[in-house]
Design a binder for this molecule. Structure first.
Ligand code: AHG
Ligand code: MN
Ligand code: MN
Length: 333
């Protein structure tokens, strides 16, 4: 294998980020997640050729139609982490309660929050989807993780990241010393370092990303902000709009190019749609480590203390100057 290739295993093994050197359990969890990502990627890539598309017929805790691939991805990740011996509990979008590790498995010091398959509505139309993960250290006593281990501010995450099942499959993570992106090379079935020390460009491109169909329901401040992006009164600062409808895809473009991704609240649903523990906090951690800001429209997401596993919050992720602009407009409501 040419000298230049650095696989995820190499990267983690040689402790490219010093603090990972002794945290072998943390690197083990990341390897397990990357293995699950390969398995899910294989299924995503041939979804239309197998019976894995469409709805499973079940609804989740949010009352949403669960897709077969949601359940499949959830099963793959939970089984992979459960037998890995480094995890003592899992909070999943697809499970109302905290998942404990079966008694016949060893457990370890980490608690994982996952969105197994992000962008479910895009699966059947072959548009990019993702997986999102957040890793925290257990603080409670005893074998199994408790709710108190996960209902903690995002600032306490040890690591976080996502898998982007796009034209290529990418594994992007941070463990607190910057962000590194790995692209799956199908010829060797390895995640290879392709985006070392990933940083959001500054000022970056003027791209805003939001579902404008909800505009009438937004607050006045949110409406004025997007109107400004449309070119405002003086037509200055005109932006382009991009919205995939998979948070991972919209976020990945934002950290590579700059811009702002928003999922604001509405007047009748001020908390919006996206979940703090397994969507907003992990991507917020990656965003800040890549030089961006992550806000709920008023404060940094990392400071927010979750009240329940599936708590929703408004989210603004991206270039610092645009996040600050959003907070200014929202404050004027
Ligand atoms: P999930 O498939 O895990 O439920 O996530 C879907 C989320 C997120 O990926 C995306 O940004 C958002 O839903 C899109 O929502 P709208 O269709 O309301 O724009
Ligand atoms: Mn999601
Ligand atoms: Mn999901």
């Amino acid at each position: 294998m040419p000298e230049s290739i650095v696989t995820l295993e190499d990267f983690l093994a040689v402790g490219k980020q010093d603090h990972l050197k002794d945290a072998h359990e943390l690197t083990h969890v990341l390897i397990q997640l990357s293995l699950a990502a390969k398995v899910i990627s294989n299924s995503v890539r041939k979804a239309s050729l197998s019976d894995i598309l469409g709805a499973s017929g079940n609804t989740n805790v949010h009352g949403e139609q669960v897709q077969k691939l949601d359940e499949y991805a959830d099963t793959v990740i939970v089984e992979m982490l459960s037998k890995g011996g480094s995890v003592c509990g899992i909070a999943s979008e697809e499970s109302e309660e905290l998942i404990s590790i079966p008694k016949h498995y060893e457990t370890g010091p980490y608690v994982i929050c996952i969105d197994p398959l992000d962008g479910s509505s895009n699966i059947d139309v072959n548009i990019s989807v993702g997986t999102i993960f957040s890793i925290r250290k257990k603080r409670s006593e005893g074998r199994d993780a408790q709710l108190t281990d996960v209902l903690r501010p995002g600032a306490e995450q040890c690591a976080a990241g996502y898998v982007h099942y796009g034209p290529s499959t990418m594994f992007v993570f941070t463990s607190g010393s910057g962000v590194n992106g790995f692209t799956l090379d199908p010829s060797i079935d390895e995640f290879v370092l392709s985006h070392p020390d990933l940083k959001m460009p500054s000022p970056g491109t003027n791209v805003y990303s939001v579902n404008e169909a909800y505009m009438r329901k937004w607050t006045a401040g949110q409406q004025k902000l997007v109107h400004q992006f449309h070119g405002g009164q003086d037509g200055s600062d005109s932006f382009s709009s991009r919205y995939v409808g998979s948070m991972v895809a919209d976020f990945h473009r934002t950290i590579l190019r700059g811009g702002i991704f928003m999922y604001p609240g509405t007047r009748d649903n001020p908390k919006g749609k996206l979940r703090l523990l397994y969507e907003v906090a992990p991507l917020g951690f990656v965003c800040e480590q890549a030089g961006g800001l992550a806000s709920d429209g008023k404060q940094p997401v990392r400071n927010i203390h979750p009240e329940d596993l599936h708590q929703r919050i408004p989210v603004f992720l991206g270039s610092p100057h645009l996040i600050k602009l959003a907070e200014q407009y929202l404050a004027r409501n």
